[in-house]
Design a protein around this ligand. Structure first.
Ligand code: SAH
Length: 390
């Protein structure tokens, strides 16, 4: 399903893979470190920017590997600071990524596939099915696009431009007139801005593209890569049991979220067809085994839909289902989407649901809805742009 690329991308390689590769190509080993630093600490967006390398080496690398940012086709800002970026892949497919600022860090929500095959009732990503998997370098490229934007906005120079072409409605960032990196103290190593949290909750099912997603996350997590701590990286699955089992064996510290959305099989199968393949009992058992193997607590995502799964009896059934299970629950009020006639429950209903779970000693949070005015639910922007194109 992965689109073939003429040349591999530099972002498809793990930092540790550059040394053997340099050896194979007859390039001195110390160049591997310079390449990795250029790619991931300095966020070079073209081989020309790796000025620590001699020109002929840059040219030789450019012959073998592409190094080009995904084009930012559109940036949709919202009043609360959340921004959704629509990125164009080389073959013209479009993926969404969302930047969510908070007081001390930027959270980036990234996509794992172009669309999704799992067709959860209220998820816009599934409405057109899955066009293809994203490659590891495209997933890394989503984060690079965010880094480039953050770098530009914070005054760190950027030579290549990740800003979008000036389509009406787009937010364009003026180039920084002074391209010198800002130093916190004289002599300090510049730390370029990057997202502090990554959540794989954009378009797609990460465990339906397991190898590429894991490779990308290892690159993002690698200390010589983008260096985002494992505990700041969250994978979210609709409940693909073999994926959870595989992740349990990786020895990684990533956070795992599981989309549950209903406390019983009849309702869950209605909302999430994946439940017919891996029903609730099997899913919960797998999550329990995941905790036993890794010591990591699973978070259950529960999207609240008015009069569908938000009643007191649903809260009670959820409490019974999760009793004694080391886990967290994250309640998400529905973001209304075209093609699904469910509604967001009133705030007091969401709060009553939260309260019931807290009283039962379930560690529960209610997600503040942000980015409402940017169609923040996954897949909505791509869906709109695809519908416009038809
Ligand atoms: N495929 C993965 C990750 C993508 S969706 C998964 O299913 O977990 C990330 C989360 O957003 C999931 O919990 C999903 O069910 C939820 N979601 C999707 N559309 C939504 C909407 N319209 N309103 C609220 N939550 C939604």
């Amino acid at each position: 399903m992965t689109a073939p690329l003429a040349k591999p991308s530099a972002w498809s390689l793990l930092p540790a893979e550059w040394k053997p590769l340099c050896k194979e190509l007859g390039i001195p080993a110390y160049r591997a470190d310079q390449i990795v630093t250029g790619l991931y600490q300095n966020f070079a967006l073209s081989w020309q920017e790796l000025t620590t390398l001699p020109l002929d080496l840059r040219e030789a690398l450019a012959e073998r590997f592409t190094l080009a940012p995904l084009e930012t086709a559109q940036i949709q800002p919202s009043a609360d600071g959340v921004r959704k970026l629509l990125l164009a892949c080389e073959d013209g497919e479009r993926v969404e990524t969302v930047l969510i600022p908070s007081k001390d860090r930027m959270t980036q929500c990234i996509s794992s596939q172009v669309g999704c095959d799992f067709r959860c009732a209220f998820c816009a990503s599934g409405q057109l099915g899955c066009a293809r998997d994203l490659t590891a370098d495209e997933i890394v490229g989503e984060v690079m696009a965010a880094c480039a934007l953050m770098r530009q906005e914070s005054g760190f120079g950027v030579q290549g431009s990740a800003s979008p072409s000036s389509t009406p409605g787009n937010e364009t960032v003026p180039p920084n007139p002074d391209p010198r990196p800002l130093l916190s103290k004289p002599g300090a190593k510049p730390v370029l801005p990057r997202p502090g949290n990554i959540v794989v909750m954009g378009m797609g099912e990460p465990f339906d593209n397991y190898d590429n997603v894991l490779r990308a996350l290892r690159i993002l997590n690698d200390q010589k890569g983008i260096n985002i701590g494992a505990r700041h990286i969250t994978l979210s699955t609709c409940g693909v049991v073999p994926g959870i089992q595989r992740l349990a064996e990786e020895g990684l510290q990533f956070e795992l979220s599981v989309s549950l959305h209903a406390p019983d099989d009849a309702l869950r199968s209605q909302l999430m067809p994946v439940n017919k393949r891996w029903p609730i009992a099997e899913l919960i058992e797998t999550c329990r085994a995941y905790f036993e193997k890794t010591g990591r607590v699973v978070t259950f995502e529960y999207t609240l839909v008015k009069n569908v799964n938000d009643r007191p009896q649903h809260a009670d059934a959820l409490i019974r289902l999760l009793r004694g299970m080391p886990c967290k629950v994250n309640l998400i009020p529905l973001s209304p989407v075209e093609g699904f006639d469910g509604e967001r429950p009133e705030d007091r209903v969401c709060l009553a649901f939260l309260d019931a779970l807290l009283k039962a000693k379930l560690s529960t949070t209610l997600r503040k809805s942000r980015g409402k005015d940017v169609d923040a639910a996954c897949g909505q922007l791509r869906l709109r742009s695809a519908k416009r194109a038809v």
